[in-house]
Design a binder for this molecule. Structure first.
Ligand SMILES: Cc1cc2nc3c(=O)[nH]c(=O)nc-3n(C[C@H](O)[C@H](O)[C@H](O)COP(=O)(O)O)c2cc1C
Length: 312
């Protein structure tokens, strides 16, 4: 890990207020694309000293543990990646007991105490308002968690409809979560629906403090090989497309949502360089998140934050 010499966090010019949190700069990670605990093992003290993100978003946590989808889970496509990881996680209890203390220690152990800890945003997903509410209630009780992100790209157990694609259902789910916490609530919208701004508005009406977008676009790849029976390559059948291939879609959706809501927007999708981050910020985003690019360059977010600082 060889981060730039100057720490972007040290410069007040790019510090930013977001939902009552003070962030050192406007670049965070996309949920599920950076395993901070594994990175700590690989990079040791360098990761603590030069943490690449201004806030850290956990991968999605569900009430019960999930094994994730069968292999294969990844397909590289032109300018992007299709993943069907399937949200493997230890479940709420495992996260709170095992991961949360490690994350809090890692994010709190900064060389320069004046900067304070990197805020932790815990991303949760349920398949009903009750499940979401239980997850948020548990997160609310933990001081180590600064904010909660709701991943609403999940079908409702009862209706089978994607919660985040139905404004009425989404407002109910967010409303249930709102009564369970006063911590900042960020709703991660699904891009796989016709009217994303209507869903953003429903999230705002339900009491969200911010929305984030875009999540991955539903996508598919067929198993390579000529002739014969050609089924889906991915173990999960379909997956989610991310990376440069979705950047223009992200820009359009972020721009449309920012024009419609009064709450802050976290923009993401295909950000690789400062110009891409600048596009999302100019389209109305308050923060940008880096996801797939981090697999190629683990300090991409730090590079982008540094370049933003140089432009300011
Ligand atoms: C391998 C992988 C795992 C992901 N896991 C999650 C997840 O657990 N929860 C979530 O809300 N989004 C998840 N995402 C979506 C990203 O956070 C982000 O919204 C999306 O990838 C678009 O940004 P990008 O093009 O910069 O990757 C995942 C994406 C990838 C590529």
């Amino acid at each position: 890990m060889s981060p730039p010499a100057a720490r972007p966090g040290a410069d007040a010019a790019v510090a930013i207020e977001f939902c009552g949190l003070t962030l050192a700069h406007p670049v965070i990670n996309g949920s599920g694309t950076f395993d901070a605990i594994a990175a700590r093992r690989a990079f040791g003290a360098a990761l603590v000293r030069d943490f690449p993100f201004a806030a850290f978003v956990s991968k999605t946590i569900t009430l019960a543990p999930r094994a994730g989808n069968p292999a294969p889970r990844l397909w590289e496509t032109a300018g992007g990646l299709i993943n069907s990881i399937g949200l493997p996680n230890k479940g709420l209890d495992g996260y709170l007991a095992e991961d949360l203390p490690q994350l809090a220690e890692l994010l709190g152990a900064r060389a320069d105490a004046a900067e304070g800890p990197v805020p932790l945003i815990t991303n949760v997903m349920g398949s009903s308002a009750q499940e979401f509410s239980a997850l948020v209630t548990a997160c609310d009780e933990r001081a180590e968690i600064a904010a909660i992100e709701l991943n609403v790209s999940c079908p409702n157990v009862a209706t089978g409809l994607d919660i985040g694609a139905d404004p009425r259902q989404l407002a109910q789910v967010v409303g249930a979560c709102r009564t369970a916490t006063r911590k900042p609530l960020i709703v991660k919208l699904t891009p796989n629906t016709a009217d994303v701004p209507a869903c953003a508005l429903a999230a705002q009406e339900g009491g969200a403090d911010a929305v984030s977008l875009i999540n991955t676009l539903r996508a598919m790849a067929l198993a390579p090989g000529a002739g014969g029976e050609r089924g889906p390559w991915l173990g999960g059948g379909t997956g989610g497309l991310s990376g440069p291939a979705i950047r223009a879609v992200a820009l359009a959706q972020v721009s449309a949502v920012a024009a419609r809501v009064a709450i802050p927007v976290v923009g993401m999708g295909g950000v690789q360089r400062v110009a891409h981050a600048r596009d999302l910020l100019d389209a109305g985003a308050t923060l940008v998140a880096v996801g797939t690019e981090t697999f190629r360059d683990p300090v991409a977010a730090m590079r982008i934050a540094e370049d933003l600082r140089a432009q300011s």
